[in-house]
Design a protein around this ligand. Structure first.
Ligand SMILES: Nc1nc2c(ncn2[C@@H]2O[C@H](COP(=O)(O)OP(=O)(O)OP(=O)(O)O)[C@@H](O)[C@H]2O)c(=O)[nH]1
Length: 599
């Protein structure tokens, strides 16, 4: 073989030649079957020149070590430069950097050599620190679980030893620097934003080495950590973020209560209507907390305005007048609509990328839309009758699903003639629980989808993965509702769902449900409308040109609007959605009628 020194660069690093492979095959073949080398040109040259060696090789004992082949092929491959050995690369030019063979070769532009040095503490030292942290955490946890009420749990502050603001190893945290801010605003912000981890969670704070399975004692505790105003296609709402004592998830409450932001709407509401506000957020978190702290966490009244530095009630003259009306000697008007509530479970696929395997995205959108709708308030007499007939906690007694109609109000009360009452602003909340995939998580849901693609329905796929059909719980949702002053004895709720387990789950946690409001998939409503167009078509042959145009226009519109990745968008539809909805009705007992035209 020619010496690599005399070869060009490309030759030196090209693949092995046929001759090389022949030698490799010869050297690694069973010695008992050794015959003449295969007749390639190079091998012929070799056998003519080194016939004696070939004979000698025959007499060598058989060598079975598999390492031989590897070592020889490494020699044939030759240079380190085509090696895929990452250790060598890392040592010379930085980890993995030289996997690119086209890297510059000039020594002047070679990356600096890496000096690797272990900074790991000795194991004994690490174990000692872990044991110390564990003991500290356990004693703290005992102290926490012995306190039974929400108020007895300390509010985190930057000075509190278990606050994440106090730093992970008890050292002083560097102060946030705000170059344009001469005032101590940075400190205010720190006080007002106590935690980026779950305040109630056992792993909260710097003491993270705690056994995972600390049993939950007593009922779930929740605390609203912050709220803010969000403008949406369905109007302005308040997003509340909650921590809880059950899991490390940040559950949300999306409150729609327009009277909090619009004084004109407030005037239209019945007297004494309570605003939907978080008790835990509004409470005093520590002695001497500042207005700015309250503002930053969202514990303000009314609407924030530029330059505002006080957490003040509505300040317009009208508002003041109205407030005095409401809180004076005048009787509160109890004839008000009850808050419409949806307990919604997180669905990344349906809500973010517009999956049409389920109807979760449109349900979230539809729930916000329905809650924001103005409501027809019934007269005192019909309201009294309604509550008397249906205001029981028993699941069998909740109201039947109202007629599906996209344009009408969600409530059965919408069917009342408008002269039998008056229209008042809507109010309610979507509790957004981070219970992805009916509680099994996104990873498992993705796996379940693959099992569904093999022909299993949504329930069977869960079971095949070793999960329950539905692993969700509603204890945290119930506590959030109570924190918002909803579902208690004074203020029962209307629940937007078809799922009987949700109704039962909330009732078990002490939530008073005075009405169940059903949710009809938009596609089913559209199907019904389509069917209507079809039947019209059959009866009016002479109008077919117009009707077909209309139908096509409607179909095009529907196609454009299909997919529900964004709030305010259209309907989910398709064969897979049909299958999912049917399974919910047939196997999970969801209380909704499948329209005849799609059965
Ligand atoms: N495991 C699993 N979860 C799913 C699937 N499709 C949707 N989900 C999840 O199901 C939850 C929504 O539950 P649904 O059963 O659709 O509806 P629901 O909330 O129980 O009932 P409604 O209140 O009537 O809407 C979300 O957490 C979704 O991520 C699926 O195929 N498999």
């Amino acid at each position: 073989m020619p010496s690599t020194r005399t070869m060009s660069h490309s030759q030196a690093y090209s693949s092995p030649t046929q001759g090389d492979l022949d030698v490799l095959s010869f050297l690694t073949s069973d010695s008992t079957n050794l015959g003449p080398l295969p007749s390639s040109s190079s091998s012929q040259q070799q056998s003519s020149g080194h016939g004696g060696q070939s004979e000698k090789k025959k007499s060598l004992p058989r060598r079975d070590s598999p390492m031989d082949a590897l070592m020889i092929s490494a020699v044939i491959a030759g240079s380190e430069k085509i090696s895929r050995h990452h250790f060598g690369h890392g040592a010379r030019t930085g980890a993995y950097a030289s996997c690119d063979e086209s890297r510059p070769t000039s020594p002047s532009i070679q990356p600096p050599k890496l000096n690797m040095r272990s900074t790991q503490a000795p194991r004994s030292e690490r174990l000692r620190l872990e044991a110390e942290a564990k003991a500290k955490a356990q004693s703290q946890n005992q102290a926490t679980s012995s306190s039974s009420t929400l108020n007895s749990i300390p509010i985190p502050t930057s000075k509190s030893p278990h606050s994440p603001l106090s730093g992970s190893v008890g050292k002083d945290r560097p102060k946030r620097k705000m170059s344009m801010d001469p005032t101590p605003m940075s400190q205010t912000l720190q006080l007002a934003s106590p935690s980026s981890s779950n305040y109630f969670h056992p792993n909260h704070s710097s003491l993270s080495i705690i056994p995972n399975s600390i049993p939950q004692v007593g009922r779930a505790k929740v605390r609203c950590m912050a709220r803010t105003r969000i403008p949406t296609p369905h109007g302005e709402l308040f997003l509340h973020l909650y921590h809880n004592s059950v899991d490390a998830k940040e559950h949300l409450a999306i409150v729609i209560d327009p009277i909090q932001l619009d004084s004109k709407l407030k005037k239209l509401a019945p007297k004494g209507r309570r605003e939907i506000r978080s008790i835990s957020l509004d409470s005093k978190w520590r002695e001497g907390e500042t207005e700015m702290e309250r503002i930053v966490r969202g514990a303000y009244v009314g609407r924030l305005l530029p330059g505002q530095t006080e957490s003040n009630p509505n300040t317009t003259e009208n508002d003041i007048e109205m407030d005095s009306n409401n809180t004076g000697t005048e009787q509160e008007d109890h004839n008000d609509v009850k808050a419409l509530v949806r307990i919604h479970s997180e669905c990344y696929t349906g809500e973010t990328i517009g999956s049409m395997r389920c109807d979760c995205g449109e349900q979230l959108d539809e729930a916000l839309r329905q809650i924001a709708l103005p409501q027809h308030l019934k007269s005192q007499v019909s309201q009294h009758f309604h509550q008397h007939a249906h205001g029981h906690h028993n699941l069998d007694k909740v109201l039947p699903t109202p007629e599906p109609s996209r344009s009408s109000s969600p409530s059965s009360s919408a069917a009342l003639p408008t002269n039998n009452g008056r229209t008042v602003p809507g109010r309610g909340v979507v509790i957004y629980l981070r219970q992805e995939g009916r509680g099994i998580g996104l990873l498992e849901k993705i796996r379940a989808y693959n099992l569904q693609d093999l022909g299993n329905d949504t329930v069977t796929a869960n079971l095949l993965l070793g999960h329950g059909a539905d692993e969700r719980k509603y204890d945290v949702a119930a506590e959030i509702l109570k924190d918002l002053g909803l579902g208690t004895n004074e203020e029962g709720i209307r629940l937007l769902t078809n799922n009987p387990e949700k109704v039962e789950g909330l009732q078990k946690e002490g939530i008073k449900i005075i009405e169940r409001v059903g949710m009809t998939p938009r596609d089913w409503k559209c199907s019904t409308q389509n069917e209507h167009i079809h039947s019209d078509n059959n009866h009016n042959h002479n109008q077919d040109a117009n009707v077909i145009d209309e139908e096509k226009e409607y179909k095009d519109w529907r196609e454009r609007r299909s997919g529900v990745g964004l709030i305010g968008s259209g309907a989910a539809h398709g064969v897979e959605l049909e299958r999912y909805l049917r399974t919910k009705v047939e196997r999970m007992g969801h209380m909704i009628d499948i329209p005849e035209n799609i059965q």
